[in-house]
Design a protein around this ligand. Structure first.
Ligand SMILES: [Fe+2]
Length: 264
């Protein structure tokens, strides 16, 4: 249950989303998908905040970051008809712009606003920007984990129904091929972040999503992706080639290292 302080922010968010749906009914499917994702990331970050024993105020900041992290997706989609960021536009920047334009955070202290803006900025970058403020780093880590946890939910649900209902926007319009690009394989084998610019096929994108495991910041998140079997579900959509099996072994070893199993 969200803190009662959150209610007005949730209402603002829902009204904001409604305005896009009313104006662009043809685009409502993807708008609703991102709105749903935002609410789920809000829930995910509450779970993480509880696991980390945050104070009420810290939890409130985390919740706002969770709810608003993708608020730029709506402008991005109606302007550019894509969820693929480019040098010209990044949905995190568009989100910060939307929050500022609408004075959404005006009742918060400047320090709190700064943490929220910076965490939103950092959520979509390959890496978190250096910052002297430890809180910025901490909340950036939180949103990056909570976001990944819900994208895994969203895409594994999608891969289950993809044959019947393809959504090319969710696949970043990448060609449906089993080919794996060398840069992608190389990054994942070395447990490095797969860069979006190295994506050439849908399989590359799926491997990028699998590789997010190595970028998780909290043990809680590793346990959660393991319990939810999200990565197994992505592997199920990939062919059993040597390359894929090699990645599976790396993933299994990573889980073995991090997951606490009860003694038999
Ligand atoms: Fe995002």
């Amino acid at each position: 249950m969200a803190n009662s302080l959150m209610k007005k922010y949730i209402t603002w968010f829902n009204t904001y989303v409604e305005s896009f749906i009313n104006k662009y009914p043809d685009l409502s499917e993807n708008i609703k998908l991102k709105a749903g994702h935002s609410h789920k990331v809000h829930s995910e970050i509450i779970g993480l905040a509880n696991a980390l024993n945050l104070s009420e105020n810290e939890k409130f900041i985390a919740e706002l970051i969770g709810l608003f992290h993708d608020v730029g997706r709506f402008n991005q989609f109606i302007k550019y008809r894509t969820f693929s960021d480019s040098e010209l536009q990044n949905h995190a920047d568009l989100g910060i712009e939307a929050l500022k334009e609408n004075s959404v955070l005006k009742d918060l202290k400047p320090k709190e606003q700064e943490i929220i803006y910076k965490a939103i900025y950092n959520h979509s970058r390959a890496e978190i920007d250096e910052d002297k403020n430890e809180k910025v780093i901490f909340f950036s880590k939180m949103i990056r984990d909570a976001d990944k946890l819900d994208i895994w939910r969203l895409i594994t649900e999608y891969y289950m129904v993809r044959e019947q209902k393809t959504n090319k926007t969710l696949e970043l319009d990448l060609p449906d091929s089993y080919d794996v690009s060398p840069d992608v394989l190389n990054a994942i084998v070395n447990q490095k972040v797969v860069l979006k610019r190295s994506l050439k096929t849908l399989s590359d994108f799926k491997l990028l999503q699998i590789g997010w495991l190595f970028d998780l910041n909290f043990e809680y998140s590793i346990q959660r992706v393991y319990d939810k079997k999200y990565l197994d579900k992505i592997f199920d959509t990939l062919p059993e080639t040597d390359k894929i099996n090699q990645i599976k072994e790396i993933v299994d070893a990573y889980f073995d290292k991090h997951i606490k199993t009860l003694p038999i």
